[in-house]
Ligand binder design. Structure first.
Ligand code: ARG
Ligand code: GLU
Length: 716
C-alpha cells in the first residue's frame, strides 16, 4: 500500500514536472490523451481532431499567418487578440474617428468593416507524408542536393494530392526535417471587423506591462468570417453572408480555479528546443544584446514623437508595438536563460548524451557536438551582422527599408537582362524592347506596392531621427543623414516620379538618388557576402541539427520529444498555476478588475482607466460575469507551452469550452522558445468572463452575447 502511494506520488509529480510541448493534433492518441486526462481533461483525442466528424480543430483558424483566432458563434464570429487585430483597427482609424483610442463596435452586420489583405485559414486535414518527401534522400548528399530533391518530391506530392478546388495544400518539415506533414487548408478572405475595446482596455498597461504578470489587459477583438452562398471562401462582396462553421466554441461562465486543466489550441510560430548549448550562448550573448541596443535607440525616438501629436501616434502605433514587443522579449529571454542556468544545464545534458553514445556504440553520432562547435564558431560573425542588418535596413528604419526594396528591384531588372543570351549582341533598340516587357512591368508594380505600403504611415522627420540614433551601431564612421534632405524617397509623389520611364532611365535615376547612394554598398555587402555565407553555414548546421535530433530520439528514447513550432496547428496543455519569479515572491494565477483600478493613473497614456469602466466597478455592475468571490477576473496564468503566433489562441477547459484567450507569456518564461522550464514558464490568458463583461456591460453589444453559447459546465 505504502509503495503504491509512493509510486502514485512519483507519477503525479512526474506529470507536472514533464509539462511542456506543442503537439500535433492528429497524433494525440496514446501518451497525450492519457496525460491530458490525468490533468483533468474529459476530452478524447477524437474530440480535438477528427477528419470525419466535426471537432475542436474546426473552430480554430490561423489569423493572417501570424496569430490565431477561434469561431465563437454559429455565424462565424471570430475572437482574437486586440494586438492581432491592431493593424486593421489602426487602418480604419483617423484623428476624427479614432477606433484605437475609443474602440469600435458594429451594432449590426452592415456596420461590420471589411479589411483588405486579411485572411483566415482552417486546417481540414493533416497527413504524414515523410516517406514520399524523403524518398531518395540520403545522409551523404550535400545540403543543396537534399533541398532540391525534397522540393521536387514535395511538388509532385502536392500536384497529385486530391482536394477540393477551393482548398490548398502545404507541406511542412517537423523534427528538424526528420518528418513531414501535409496540410489541407481552406482560407477565407472576406473578414470583417466586428468590435474592439479602446486601447485603454485592449492594450491596458501597454509596454510597461507587456510580458509581465500581474497583468490587467483585455487584449481581445472580434471579427467575422463571410462566405459565399454555398458557405465557401469568396472575395469580398456585399452579397457574402456570415460563415456557418463546422464547429464553434461554447463559452464557460464558470471560470477557472488554480489546478484546472487548460488547453491552448493554435498556431505557434517558431521555437528551437533542441539547440546545442553553443547556439543558445550565441543567441543570448551575441545576437540578442546587439539587437536590443538598436531597438532601444529607435524606440526612444519613436516614443517621444508619438507623445507629441495624435497623427504621429496613430501612424506609428503598429510599428512601435512590434518593435517594442521583441525588444522587451529578448531582454526577458536573456534573463530567463541566465536565471535558470540554461546554458550550463544544456552542457551537462550534452555530457550525458556523449556518455550515452560511447556506451551504446553509436559511433556515427560522436562528432555531432564538435561539429556544432566548429560551425557555430564560423557562423557567429555572419549571424550577428545579418541580424543587425535587418534591424537597421529593414525593421526600424523605413527609408532604409525602401532602399532595400529598391535594391531588390534593381537586381530583378538586372536578371531580366542577363536571362537573355541575345542581350550581348542585341542592338540598343532590341535591348529596350527586352527590358520593358512584362517582366519589367511586374517588377515595377511590385516595388511600387511595397513603397506605397511603407509610405502609408511614413514620417520623414521621425524616420531621420531613428536613422541618426541607430546607424552608428552598424557603422560608427558613416551615419551622416544629409541625404534625407535631398532623396526623392521621403515622399510618395516624388518616389513614384523616379519610377516613371524605361528601365534604363529608372535604374539610373535610382542610382542617382542620395539615399540610394548611401545605402547601396551596405545592401550589396549583405547580398554578396553576408547572406551567402550565412546561408551556406546555416545549411550545414541544419544538416547536423537534423542528425542530432534523430540521434537524441534514438539514444535517449525515454525523454520527452515534440516538434519545434513551425506555424502549424498545435495543441499544448497544462494547468492554471501561479509561480515564484524571485525569492519570497509568489504570483497568484488570477488577476481581477480591482487590479485594473489599482493601476489607474488618470490621463496616463498606458494606465488611464476609462470612466465607464470605473463606474461599472464602483456600482459592482458585473452582470453574470463575476467569480464566486464577487470579483471580475481579468487575466490568468497557465503552464501551457506557447509562443508568438499563439496570440489569440483559445484557452479551452476539460469539456471543450472556451475559458480564456491566450495573449502573452511571463517575462522570465519567454526563454521557453529555447528552454521550457515548468517552474517559471507561464502563458497569460484573458479570462473569457472579462471579455464578455466588456462586450456586454462596457460596450453594450448585447447582440453579440446573444449570438454566443454561454454554458455552465461546472454546475451540472
Ligand atoms: N507580448 C504580446 C505578444 O507577443 C503582446 C504584444 C502587444 N504589443 C505591445 N507592444 N504591447 O504579442
Ligand atoms: N503575444 C504573442 C503573440 O503575438 C504571444 C505571446 C508569446 O510569444 O507567447 O503571438
Amino acid at each position: 500500500m505504502k509503495l503504491l502511494k509512493v509510486l502514485l506520488l512519483f507519477i503525479c509529480v512526474n506529470v507536472s514536472a514533464q509539462q511542456g510541448g506543442m503537439w500535433i493534433p492528429s497524433l494525440l492518441k496514446g501518451m497525450n490523451e492519457t496525460e491530458m486526462q490525468s490533468l483533468g481533461s474529459k476530452l478524447s483525442a477524437d474530440d480535438i481532431y477528427n477528419v470525419n466528424n466535426s471537432s475542436l480543430k474546426d473552430a480554430i483558424v490561423h489569423f493572417n499567418g501570424g496569430c490565431t483566432a477561434e469561431v465563437i458563434s454559429s455565424k462565424g464570429l471570430l475572437l482574437t487578440n486586440h494586438h492581432c487585430g491592431f493593424g486593421q483597427i489602426q487602418s480604419h482609424s483617423s484623428v476624427e474617428e479614432d477606433y484605437l483610442k475609443d474602440g469600435f463596435w458594429a451594432m449590426s452586420l452592415d456596420e461590420e468593416l471589411p479589411n483588405k489583405n486579411l485572411e483566415v485559414t482552417f486546417i481540414i486535414s493533416i497527413e504524414d507524408v515523410t516517406k514520399t518527401v524523403l524518398n531518395g534522400v540520403s545522409d551523404d548528399m550535400s545540403p543543396k542536393e537534399i533541398q532540391s530533391l525534397i522540393q521536387k518530391n514535395t511538388n509532385g506530392l502536392q500536384k497529385s494530392f486530391k482536394k477540393e478546388e477551393w482548398q490548398s495544400t502545404k507541406v511542412k518539415a517537423f523534427f528538424k526535417g526528420n518528418q513531414y506533414f501535409l496540410f489541407v487548408t481552406e482560407s477565407f478572405e472576406d473578414i470583417r471587423l466586428v468590435g474592439a475595446p479602446p486601447s485603454a482596455i485592449g492594450k491596458f498597461g501597454s509596454d510597461t506591462d507587456n510580458w509581465i504578470f500581474p497583468r490587467h489587459t483585455g487584449d481581445f477583438s472580434m471579427f467575422r468570417i463571410y462566405a459565399d452562398k454555398n458557405n465557401r471562401p469568396a472575395k469580398y462582396s456585399k452579397d457574402n453572408v456570415p460563415y456557418t462553421p463546422k464547429h464553434f466554441l461554447p463559452i464557460s461562465l464558470d471560470g477557472i480555479q488554480e489546478g484546472d486543466f487548460t488547453m491552448v489550441f493554435g498556431f505557434p510560430g517558431r521555437t528551437n528546443e533542441y539547440l546545442p548549448a553553443v547556439a543558445v550562448e550565441q543567441i543570448t550573448q551575441k545576437v540578442n544584446p546587439t539587437n536590443i541596443k538598436i531597438r532601444e535607440k529607435a524606440l526612444k525616438v519613436i516614443d517621444a514623437a508619438m507623445k507629441t501629436d495624435d497623427k504621429t501616434r496613430i501612424q506609428y502605433a503598429s510599428k512601435q508595438a512590434s518593435i517594442a514587443n521583441y525588444w522587451k522579449k529578448w531582454i526577458g529571454e536573456n534573463q530567463g536563460i541566465e536565471k535558470s542556468n540554461a546554458i550550463a544545464k544544456k552542457r551537462t545534458f550534452e555530457t550525458t548524451f556523449m556518455k550515452a553514445i560511447s556506451k551504446n556504440k553509436y559511433k556515427k553520432h560522436q562528432t555531432l557536438l564538435s561539429d556544432f562547435d566548429k560551425l557555430y564558431g564560423d557562423f557567429e560573425p555572419y549571424a550577428v551582422k545579418r541580424s543587425n542588418f535587418f534591424e537597421i535596413f529593414y525593421r526600424n528604419n523605413e527609408l532604409m527599408q525602401t532602399m532595400f526594396r529598391l535594391y531588390q528591384f534593381e537586381q530583378r531588372v538586372e536578371k531580366l537582362k542577363l536571362n537573355k543570351d541575345e542581350t550581348k549582341s542585341a542592338t540598343a533598340e532590341k535591348l529596350k524592347e527586352i527590358h520593358d516587357t512584362e517582366g519589367y512591368k511586374k517588377a515595377k508594380e511590385y516595388v511600387i506596392s511595397q513603397i506605397t505600403r511603407i509610405q502609408k504611415n511614413y514620417n520623414a522627420n521621425v524616420d531621420k531621427g531613428v536613422f541618426e540614433a541607430i546607424m552608428p551601431l552598424y557603422d560608427a564612421k558613416n551615419s551622416n543623414s544629409d541625404f534625407y534632405n535631398t532623396s526623392s524617397f521621403t515622399n510618395l509623389t516624388d518616389a513614384l516620379k523616379v519610377l516613371e520611364g524605361t528601365s534604363n532611365n529608372v535604374i539610373t535615376a535610382i542610382n542617382n538618388d542620395a539615399a540610394y547612394k548611401f545605402a547601396k554598398p551596405y545592401i550589396a555587402e549583405f547580398y554578396n557576402d553576408l547572406e551567402p555565407n550565412y546561408q551556406r553555414i546555416n545549411a550545414e548546421i541544419a544538416k547536423v541539427q537534423k542528425q542530432y535530433m534523430k540521434a537524441l530520439m534514438e539514444v535517449l528514447p525515454s525523454d520527452r520529444y515534440y516538434p519545434d513550432a513551425n506555424s502549424t496547428l498545435r495543441v499544448t496543455y497544462g494547468q492554471v498555476k501561479g509561480y515564484a519569479p524571485r525569492d519570497a515572491v509568489y504570483y497568484n494565477p488570477v488577476s481581477y478588475l480591482d487590479g485594473v483600478v489599482e493601476k489607474h493613473i488618470p490621463g496616463d497614456y498606458e494606465f488611464n482607466v476609462p470612466e465607464k469602466l470605473l463606474e461599472l466597478y464602483k456600482n459592482k455592475d458585473y452582470g453574470q460575469y463575476a467569480d464566486t468571490n464577487g470579483k471580475v477576473p481579468v487575466c490568468f496564468l497557465g503552464t501551457n507551452h506557447t509562443t508568438g503566433g499563439n496570440s489569440g489562441s483559445p484557452a479551452i477547459d476539460g469539456h471543450g469550452n472556451l475559458i480564456g484567450l491566450n495573449f502573452d507569456r511571463v517575462w522570465e518564461g519567454t526563454m521557453s522558445d529555447m528552454n521550457y522550464d515548468p517552474s517559471i514558464c507561464r502563458n497569460i490568458m484573458v479570462d473569457a468572463r472579462y471579455i464578455l463583461f466588456i462586450v456586454d456591460k462596457y460596450a453594450g453589444a448585447t447582440h453579440l452575447i446573444d449570438e454566443m453559447k454561454l454554458v455552465h459546465p461546472k454546475k451540472k
